[in-house]
Design a protein around this ligand. Structure first.
Ligand SMILES: [Ca+2]
Ligand SMILES: [Ca+2]
Ligand SMILES: [Ca+2]
Length: 269
């Protein structure tokens, strides 16, 4: 294990960031630089039981770890997204996933030009709807433009297609959607989180990725080979890591393991 991983300062840095979110203080930098290293690391605590495992044993261990969580109602998701997806440059705004647009937190709703709650794991794939559970799990819920959300619909993810109006860098065709490069890895890690979190041992379907498109209402999302490639090409960045911390600290109290350990994608799939 590298010394870098043992000296894991993210949790305290994120705590400072979360305080900024709570208080609305504009200057995050001074608080962040005052953070001291934590006495223990995530690997020593949260991921302790998963370390050294691979394949189905790793997946099973991570499932147990991340299933210990607080669950939100669908209405609570609105306020949660205003915190998890806050624009680092403007605390009044959120960043929309596919369009990349910075937009006022208050312009949420169902009208043209509003942002709403995009289910990256389309809720028809497994038919989980918006009941408390996978349909309200903010690890895969992101702010998105109403019309772009509609264009993505319940399509699987794959490379190719023509330009999406109003969402530069995104492509779509009849059976798939390709997000812009900056969020390709984010999308992959959200899908794979869902696969590990939902294993059919609660009231919902066992969600799993596969290498197909046109999965329809089956509890599957593709295309796995492409998602794995996207995860490698677009490793976790500061925005994605911060939202994982905010979810862990303030809302669900569980983590997306593939943001903390991107190498676990290949270790399982
Ligand atoms: Ca396609
Ligand atoms: Ca990214
Ligand atoms: Ca699963």
């Amino acid at each position: 294990m590298s010394s870098r991983r043992r000296f894991y300062a993210r949790p305290l840095l994120a705590t400072a960031a979360s305080i900024v979110v709570l208080t609305g203080v504009a200057s995050a930098a001074p608080a962040a630089t005052q953070a001291t290293p934590p006495a223990t690391t995530l690997d020593d605590t949260y991921y302790q039981d998963a370390l050294g495992k691979t394949g189905t044993a790793l997946k099973s261990s991570l499932h147990t770890i991340i299933s210990d969580q607080t669950k939100l109602s669908y209405s609570q998701v609105w306020d949660a997204l205003k915190a998890t997806d806050q624009d680092p440059a403007n605390s009044s705004n959120v960043i929309l996933l596919y369009t990349g647009r910075s937009q006022s937190k208050s312009e949420n709703g169902g009208n043209t030009g509003d942002w709403n709650r995009e289910h990256v794991w389309a809720k028809s794939h497994g038919d989980f709807g918006t009941a408390t559970g996978p349909g309200t799990d903010i690890h895969h819920l992101r702010p998105e433009d109403v019309q772009v959300n509609s264009i993505r619909g319940n399509k699987d993810f794959d490379n190719g297609g023509s330009a999406v109006s109003g969402a530069p860098g995104n492509l779509t065709d009849g059976d798939s959607f390709e997000p812009r490069d900056a969020v390709k890895g984010d999308v992959a890690r959200m899908i794979l989180y869902m696969a590990v979190r939902y294993e059919g041992d609660d009231a919902f379907a066992d969600l799993e990725p596969n290498d197909r498109v046109s999965n329809g209402s089956a509890p599957n999302i593709g295309r796995l080979s492409v998602l794995k490639q996207w995860s490698q090409e677009d490793p976790p960045d500061s925005f994605e890591k911060n939202r994982n911390e905010v979810i862990f600290d303030r809302f669900q109290h569980n983590r997306n393991p593939f943001i903390d350990h991107p190498e676990w994608v290949e270790a399982i799939w």
